[in-house]
Design a protein around this ligand. Sequence first.
Ligand SMILES: Cc1ncc(COP(=O)(O)O)c(C=O)c1O
Length: 408
Amino acid sequence: MVQPSLSRRGADAPASPIRRLAPFADAARARGVHVHQLNIGQPDIHTSSTMLAAYRSYSDDVVAYSPSQGTLALRTALAGYYGDNGLHGDLAPVTPDQVLVTVGGSEALLFTIAAACDPGDNILVAEPYYTNYRGFAHLLGCDVVPVPTYAAERFAVKAERVRERVNARTRAVVLPSPGNPTGAVLDRKGLADIGAVCVERGLFMVVDEVYREFVYRPDLVGSVSPSALSVPGLEDVAVVIDSVSKRYSACGARVGCLVTRNASFYAACLCFAQARLSPPTVDQFAAEAALKTPAAELRANIQAYQRRRDVVVAGLNAIDGVSCPTPEGAFYLVADLPVEDAEAFCRFLLDDFDLDGETLMLAPAEGFYATPGAGRSQVRVAYVLDIPALERCLAILEAGLAAYAQRA
Ligand SMILES: Cc1ncc(COP(=O)(O)O)c(C=O)c1O
């Protein structure tokens, strides 16, 4: 018998740094320790009420395939939502045939990178980056080229640094705004400046706007983050990634989309979509209802995240040696810890530490960087728990750092 061997890309596939510590958390739980999870972006807030009602009312006798690009009803509803939120700015509103429904924002990213890049090409990503950008690039035989951002600059992405990193194999810039893991939000000028680099160098500008509503800057509260779809001159290069996962607290629905005015880019993505036949039918029905979530319900959720952010940022900065800038959006932040190796500290919290039977799971930030050694003393915190739990987490972190310092 000849043993089949894995492909190079299979053997080299990067494990998710967010989930790598899961077995150690399981072991802590098996010892009876309660593990507070601040490591992944799974919101605890209830799924949209209108979406849940739609799931409960679904009554078709056959769960059939839908069109590969998604149902017209959902694409029309999404285009309506973009129009209502003024995503197009002074440009023409988005139309349903510019919206391609996908299996979460994740599949929209996969299709987008596949339509922009050939094997050996690269995408520019702001570092620290959302790790699945690297995962999808790897799957497609492409590379990520990091554009550095710094805590001292609140992780702002600077157009001149983007320009410096473009090389002959660069095909796209892929940025989340509001950002995961940093919470940084690109303002209109930032989008236009990076867009100008894309136009100048012939790159697609992919802006991942899945956290669009999660904005806390006073001038944006109650509104949405500026969209790449509103920037004049980017009509042919802008691709926006969207999802119901975060906005409606519906990560398991697996409905997202990509939006582009570039018809040939859309056509290529539609061919990929045809190969996987259909996005989920029942979930599209529910997603359509999610777009009717009462504004007050959405607003209350965003306000809850803002209060959580305020508690976590103040609490972290009050701990000796810990610092983080105040994120302007999403529900993540990157914090510097007074440790050399944050991954070893995160392991310590799970393996060797508890405060009255409770401990904490954080995401070591090194895996969010491609630059060797960068982010070693940082962690990503997802503030997806209620305030009493977050306060407890801060107390556990402070006690854990003290115990770790004594041990070292
Ligand atoms: C920045 C960003 N983009 C895309 C996604 C993908 O989300 P989904 O596939 O659930 O829509 C996530 C999920 O955490 C994310 O943080």
